[in-house]
Ligand binder design. Sequence first.
Ligand SMILES: NC(=O)c1ccc[n+]([C@@H]2O[C@H](COP(=O)([O-])OP(=O)(O)OC[C@H]3O[C@@H](n4cnc5c(N)ncnc54)[C@H](O)[C@@H]3O)[C@@H](O)[C@H]2O)c1
Length: 321
Amino acid sequence: MMSKQIQVGIIGLGGMGGKLFHTFLAHPDFQVTAVCDTDANRSEEAAKEAGDLPWYTDYQLLLQETALDLVYIAVPPAYHHRIALDVLAAGKHILCEKPLANTLEEADEMREAAQRAGVVHAMNFPTYYRAAFRELSARMAQGFLGEVRRVEITTHFHQWPRPWQQNPWIGGREQGGFVREVMPHYIHLTKSLFGKVAAVDSQLEYPEDPQACETGIVATLRLEDGPPVLMNGVSQIARKERIAFTLYGTKGTLALVDWSRLEGGGVGEELTEIAVGPTDHLADMLTQLASTIRTGEGDVVDFEAGFDVQNVLERLLQSRG
Ligand SMILES: NC(=O)c1ccc[n+]([C@@H]2O[C@H](COP(=O)([O-])OP(=O)(O)OC[C@H]3O[C@@H](n4cnc5c(N)ncnc54)[C@H](O)[C@@H]3O)[C@@H](O)[C@H]2O)c1
């Protein structure tokens, strides 16, 4: 027998929240019960699309007035903390966007509150659920790489913020920048494959405008038990955007390129594309979340993992000067 659908409230319906709202709507394990965005038009439009749901511009009212099992938070990073603490105080399961918070102190309070609340706490790190990453980890476990000698995280942007990603915060130093926005995915993947990061050494480049986000990072991470990790991020350069997570081994190389493509090669070979099956990684993430809420068994990225990522992120940003 099909269990009852999980009632979900969504706070934040912008670029990411709007996307996952549609994934929630199509997913059999969930029922979207109410939506909220400080932009009334966005909130009302989403509510209409989902069949005249209650809609809000104040998340406190959403929490007070609707029967919810789970709340998904997809507001800009500086507001995760306040809203998450209120959701947890209301005893709801929580799915929060990455990065967990905007400072390490906030992230620490959030993970403690989540532990105390005794609810399921999960984060949206969707690359972890992509078929290309699943295949990369499977091949690594089968010995395709031999001994891994180096991990390289490359994030090159022709333009940051990207032309399609213009919003009020993503180009700002307070909560935007590609280090906060993109690196957490790859810090998390590195941690999931190799374990904890022991030390961080980072150099950032900033433009003259004190409000504007970084334009470059050169950093190394030392793992407690794993190969050296090299980060090379730069924006406002001529070349087309390219994001690559590359594992160099003694027997082979594997690279996750531009989020979804897997490339690999053996000794002395060029990297070529490895075909991976079509999957809906966002839907897969939600399936794991539903299973964790219903049975306690599921592969979710919890707030503890989110805190670990935040810890590395804040150390990367320490040279922000
Ligand atoms: N997991 C991923 O792959 C991924 C991808 C993109 C963005 N994100 C994360 O998702 C979050 C949102 O990013 P985005 O690109 O959707 O931003 P966005 O600016 O496009 O959308 C944010 C939305 O939140 C609303 N909002 C702001 N404050 C609010 C509040 N107090 N209550 C209710 N609504 C509020 C805004 O009106 C806007 O509609 C960020 O944390 C970002 O880092 C994650």
